[in-house]
Design a protein. Structure first.
Length: 178
């Protein structure tokens, strides 16, 4: 359930259609992650956008917080992943552990669908560059993440042989992404 206080930001997604360069336009799912910083509740929003051209998706992040029910962006939308000409990169799932975020997604850029991730701080500064969590023959998709006390879990469906159907796989990472 999306907190009612996020509705103004989500409404801005619809309103952005007047500005085709706005990365909030043509978004494909918004993931919201609450975290505490300096005693204040903040949110990291992440979404996939094809605003620049169909099927050329990039992943954007934006930090926001609220003061007296007023939404205050802390930074403009930041393209965290992508070059503007990548294939489908969705859904996006960020999760926070000890001030670091692991953002994982399903990547349709190549011949197969892979699961990729990047480790960054709440300002978007990269701690570990994009890497393939799961790739190879056939498709790896339907990514979901969770935080551990000292790391992250990435779960996904894997259709690589010898599987006859999608198998659920899990990968564990420490706070360095290893």
């Amino acid at each position: 359930m999306i907190p009612y206080t996020l509705l103004p930001w989500l409404a801005a997604i619809s309103a952005s259609a007047a500005n085709p360069a706005d990365p909030r336009d043509a978004q494909h799912g918004v993931a919201v992650n609450a975290f505490s910083e300096a005693g204040a509740l903040r949110y990291l929003l992440a979404w996939s956008s094809s605003a620049h051209a169909p099927w050329e998706h990039d992943i954007y992040v934006q930090r926001i917080h609220f003061e007296q029910a007023v939404l205050l962006p802390e930074m403009p939308p930041l393209r965290a992943i992508g070059t503007g000409s990548d294939g489908a990169q969705e859904p996006v799932d960020p999760v926070e552990a000890r001030g670091l975020f692991l953002t994982a997604w399903e990547d349709g850029t190549g011949q197969t669908i892979d699961v990729r991730a990047v480790l960054h701080d709440a300002r978007g500064d990269v701690e570990r560059a994009e890497w393939i969590v799961a790739g190879g023959e056939s498709s790896q998709h339907s990514v979901s993440t969770a935080a551990l006390r000292d790391g992250f879990v990435v779960a996904y469906a894997d259709e690589a042989p010898p599987a006859q159907a999608a198998m659920i796989e899990v990968a564990l990472f420490d706070l360095t992404g290893s």
